[in-house]
Design a protein around this ligand. Structure first.
Ligand code: SAM
Ligand code: SF4
Ligand code: SF4
Length: 367
C-alpha cells in the first residue's frame, strides 16, 4: 500500500510535490469507512465553493484596487471548475458528511448562469444551500435564485451611509441598490437574510449602531465581523480591528442585548438577542476569540483546489483528479485523507509573523 505523506510535512516544507503525493496515495489506498474527522476531532460538515475569483467591487479590506487592477491575472474560463465538476465534488462531499453548501467568491452572482448551478446542487437533495453576495445584482436575480432552489442568502453591507459605503467598495456603488437587493431577496422568500458587516476602525465603526437599529425587528440577522488578516494585500494591522466585545457594548448601550446559545456545533457567529425580543444579531470574533476548535469548514477554490483553512497558503488540487480518470470513490478517498490529516488552527496562533506570512487571497478562496 502506498504511504500517505503527513499533511503536516507537506505544510512544513510548503512542498507542492508532497501534497500531490498525499492525494495520489490516498486515491490508491483502501477505503476507510465512515465520515472523516481531522486531527483535532473536527468533522467535515460545511463546504464553501468559490464560483469566481472576479468581483465588481474593490472593497478596501479584500481586493484593494492598487493590487487588483486592470492587469491582475484573474483565472481564465478554462481554469474554472465547470458546473458539472462542482456538482460532482459537492456530491462526494455530501457523502462525507457535508450538510451545508455556500456559494461565494469573488462575487458569485457574476458567474454566468449561476442559477443553473444552484438548480444542479439543489438536485443533490437535503442540503442547506446558501450564497454570500455583495448584493449589487441581487434585486435583479433574487427571484430566479429562489426558484432555482437557493435556501437563503447572506448580503454584505458595510455601511448605511452612502459616502462611506461608496468609499469602502471603492467603485462608487450606491448603498441604495444593495438595500433594494435585500428587499427583493426578502420578497422572494430567501429568509431569514443574514447581513454581514466587516468593521474596520476609523472607516465604518460609526455605522455599527445605525445598521443594528435599521434591521432590528426585521427578521434579518446582522453579523458584525472583526476585520481579518486574510490574504497578503490588505495591509491588516491589529489596531484596525474593533473587537466583538466593543461592538456588543456599542449596540447594547442603546438596545440591550442578552447572550443566546449556539444553534449547532461550528456556528461561526456568537449570537446575541435583543432583550425586548425583537430579534438577534451575531458577532464573528475571528481575531479576538478564535473558534478554530469547532471549525468544520472546507473551501473549494474556483479552479478546484481544496483548502482546509481560510488562512492557508496552499490547497490540494482536485481538478486534476476530476479531469483525470478518477472515479467518485477515489475522489472520496482523496478528500477524506486530506481532511483526516488537517490540523489547521491559525486564529489560535496568530502573531505578527504569521500576519506577514504568505496566504491565499479571500477573493480567490471564497469568504
Ligand atoms: N463578494 C461576496 C460578498 O462580499 O459578500 C462574497 C465573497 S466575500 C470574500 C465574503 C465575505 O468575506 C464578505 O462578507 C466580506 O465582507 C468578508 N470579508 C472579506 N474580506 C474580509 C476581511 N479582511 N476581514 C473580514 N471579512 C472579510
Ligand atoms: Fe468583492 Fe466580496 Fe471581496 Fe468586496 S468582499 S471585494 S464584494 S469579493
Ligand atoms: Fe477555521 Fe482556519 Fe478560521 Fe481557524 S483560522 S476558524 S481553522 S478557517
Amino acid at each position: 500500500m502506498a504511504t500517505i505523506i503527513p499533511l503536516t510535512d507537506a505544510r512544513a516544507t510548503g512542498d507542492a510535490e508532497a501534497r500531490a503525493a498525499l492525494v495520489r496515495a490516498a486515491v490508491q489506498a483502501p477505503p476507510v469507512p465512515g465520515t472523516p474527522a481531522d486531527l483535532r476531532g473536527r468533522p467535515l460538515s460545511d463546504l464553501r465553493i468559490s464560483v469566481t475569483d472576479r468581483c465588481n467591487f474593490r472593497c478596501v479590506y479584500c481586493m484593494p484596487k492598487d493590487v487588483f487592477g486592470r492587469d491582475y491575472p484573474f483565472l481564465a474560463h478554462s481554469q474554472l471548475l465547470t458546473f458539472e465538476e462542482i456538482t460532482r465534488v459537492a456530491r462526494v462531499f455530501a457523502g462525507l458528511g457535508v450538510r451545508k453548501l455556500r456559494l461565494t467568491g469573488g462575487e458569485p452572482l457574476l458567474r454566468r448562469n449561476v442559477e443553473r448551478l444552484i438548480e444542479m446542487l439543489h438536485g443533490l437533495g437535503e442540503l442547506d444551500l446558501t450564497l454570500t453576495t455583495n448584493g449589487a445584482l441581487l434585486a435583479r436575480k433574487a427571484r430566479d435564485l429562489r426558484a432555482a432552489g437557493l435556501s437563503r442568502v447572506t448580503v454584505s453591507l458595510d455601511s448605511l451611509d452612502d459616502a462611506t459605503f461608496r468609499a469602502m467598495n471603492d467603485v462608487d456603488f450606491p448603498v441604495a441598490r444593495v438595500l433594494e437587493g435585500i428587499e427583493a431577496a426578502a420578497v422572494a422568500g430567501l429568509m431569514p437574510l443574514k447581513i454581514n458587516m466587516v468593521v474596520k476602525r476609523g472607516v465604518n465603526e460609526d455605522s455599527i449602531v445605525p445598521i443594528a437599529r435599521r434591521f432590528k425587528g426585521s427578521g434579518h440577522v446582522v453579523r458584525f465581523i472583526e476585520y481579518m488578516d486574510v490574504g497578503a494585500t490588505n495591509g491588516w494591522r491589529m489596531d484596525d480591528v474593533v473587537s466583538a466585545r466593543q461592538i456588543i457594548d456599542m449596540i447594547g448601550a442603546e438596545m440591550p442585548l442578552v447572550p443566546a446559545d449556539p444553534q449547532y456545533r461550528g456556528e461561526v457567529a456568537q449570537r446575541w438577542a435583543y432583550a425586548d425580543g425583537s430579534g438577534e444579531i451575531g458577532v464573528i470574533a475571528s481575531v479576538t476569540q478564535a473558534f478554530c476548535r469547532d471549525c468544520t469548514r472546507a473551501r473549494l477554490s474556483t479552479e478546484g483546489k481544496l483548502y482546509t483553512c481560510l488562512f492557508a497558503d496552499h490547497g490540494f488540487d482536485l481538478r486534476e483528479l476530476l479531469r483525470g480518470d478518477c472515479d467518485d470513490e477515489a475522489l472520496r478517498r482523496a478528500i477524506a485523507a486530506i481532511w483526516r490529516q488537517r490540523e489547521d488552527h491559525y486564529s489560535e496562533v496568530r502573531t505578527a509573523a504569521t500576519v506577514r506570512a504568505p496566504k491565499v487571497e479571500m477573493s480567490y478562496i471564497g469568504g
